[in-house]
Design a binder for this molecule. Structure first.
Ligand SMILES: Cc1cc2nc3c(=O)[nH]c(=O)nc-3n(C[C@H](O)[C@H](O)[C@H](O)COP(=O)(O)OP(=O)(O)OC[C@H]3O[C@@H](n4cnc5c(N)ncnc54)[C@H](O)[C@@H]3O)c2cc1C
Length: 391
């Protein structure tokens, strides 16, 4: 694609993907105007603000592992990158992913592949699991893989605040408006129309509109398979205490991790209860009673005593083709750059995606992590890049 160090970059969506793209572009030396258009400066419905803000390196695809490693190192050194008062509460406490008898071979192979790409994954058998994580019932478990470094959780709101502030300090302009339409000429997006009737011109347009992305570009005739799926998070207290409690992913599909003095957790709804969310942010309370709580109490009997504190729901921006992000230019509108579709792992991958978008615009190529595999070509040809470790 063509590249530039000046001109007008317009970014649709000012949450984690949009803000990291803007900031990284300046860091890459881009001297032109950078405008971020955000419809809601409170970010109350953004996936970023509603996420569980956890980071793992246990993925089935090298690009996802490398993006997580880049973010984990940045999070650890957050003060060096963004200044002394930058605090995102990074807790490097690991993901513990459990597997049953039929998953042992596949998990061992995945851990080897992850280690080969720089992750620090331990493979634990039932006895080691019982010793290290007392109080958890590993009866049916045959393997646990644990990320000893580069995995854990942080505060997504703080991360967004830190990067937005840094972007603003580098003369990135945030405009409060909704993008309602695109203007095009030949093979280029030349601008967007805003809800207040104004138009904004651009030389590059970055689509970082999260779960709204698919619908937004449908107006251009682009079939981007990114749809909003509702995911509920339960925050609760229990008397159960374990100092080294990690982010636990159970064989049942549930997840649970510490948060403050209590825990947060959730589980995906069954496909028949998982229609596109369409602006619906009402938590699925039935999931707690009928599914989550019984499964949790089976795995951790002391969690039978659970007191719900609150629940919230946000939207995963699910790429229905393969649950992976879409990054890079469209093939026909070549200055339209996607940075979306991360299907539940976008906060952890935003630093690397932002840098990738910046490299594409400023240099015309990827210079750090090659994210070509996440490009539009696979969407056009409906060739999934299968990520086996999806939650
Ligand atoms: C419950 C839940 C748990 C999650 N847990 C994790 C996790 O543990 N780890 C992880 O890495 N990820 C997690 N995710 C996923 C993660 O939150 C997303 O992948 C990530 O936040 C996507 O960032 P984004 O900037 O692309 O989208 P968003 O944060 O949704 O931001 C998109 C922005 O675009 C704006 N926008 C949309 N349309 C327009 C328009 N037309 N004009 C102007 N502005 C527009 C929106 O207002 C919004 O602010 C979770 C998500 C949910 C819902």
């Amino acid at each position: 694609m063509s590249h530039a160090t000046s001109g007008r970059v317009l970014i649709i969506g000012g949450a984690i993907m949009g803000s990291f793209s803007a900031w990284a572009l300046r860091k890459a030396g881009y001297a032109g105007a950078i405008t971020v258009v955000e419809q809601d400066p409170t970010y109350q419905f953004s996936s970023t603000a509603l996420s569980a803000a956890s980071i793992r390196t246990q993925f089935g695809t090298p690009a996802n592992i490398e993006m997580s490693l880049y973010a984990a190192r940045m999070f650890r050194d957050i003060r060096l990158v963004f200044g002394e008062d930058a605090d995102i509460g990074f807790r490097e406490r690991g993901y513990l992913i459990l597997g049953g008898p039929d998953q042992v071979a596949e998990r061992v192979a995945a851990a080897e592949m992850q280690r080969a790409h720089g992750a620090d994954i331990e493979v634990l058998g039932p006895d080691e699991l019982r010793e290290r994580f007392p109080g958890i019932d590993f009866g049916d478990v045959r393997i646990g893989t644990f990320g000893a470094r580069h995995e854990g959780w942080f505060d997504a709101w703080s991360l967004l605040s830190v990067v937005r502030r840094a972007a603003r300090a580098l003369a990135v302009d945030y405009v409060h408006a909704t993008v309602t339409a695109f203007e095009t000429e030949g093979a280029a997006v030349t601008g967007v129309r805003l809800s207040d009737g104004q138009s904004l011109g651009c030389d590059f347009c970055v689509l970082a509109a999260g779960a709204w992305s698919g619908r937004l570009v449908a107006a251009l005739g682009i079939d981007l398979p990114v749809v909003p799926k509702k995911r509920t998070v339960f925050a609760f207290e229990t008397p159960f205490r374990l100092n080294n409690f990690p982010m636990l992913f159970d064989t049942s599909g549930l997840w649970v991790r510490p948060e403050g003095d209590g825990y947060i957790g959730g589980i995906q709804p069954l496909p028949e209860h998982d229609a596109d969310a369409d602006g619906d942010f009402v938590p699925q309370h039935a999931l707690l009673e009928e599914t989550y709580w019984p499964l949790l109490a089976t795995r951790i009997p002391a969690m039978e005593q659970l007191r719900l504190q609150r629940a919230w729901a946000g939207h995963y921006e699910v790429n229905t083709l393969d649950h992976n992000g879409v990054v890079g230019p469209h093939d026909e509108l070549t200055n339209l750059i996607f940075a979306t579709g991360f299907s539940g792992h976008g906060v952890m991958h935003a630093p690397a995606v932002g840098r990738a978008v910046a490299e594409l615009i400023a240099y015309g190529e990827y210079r750090s992590i090659d994210l070509s595999a996440l490009g539009w070509a696979r969407i056009r040809t409906a060739t999934p890049m299968v990520e086996t470790i999806v939650y």
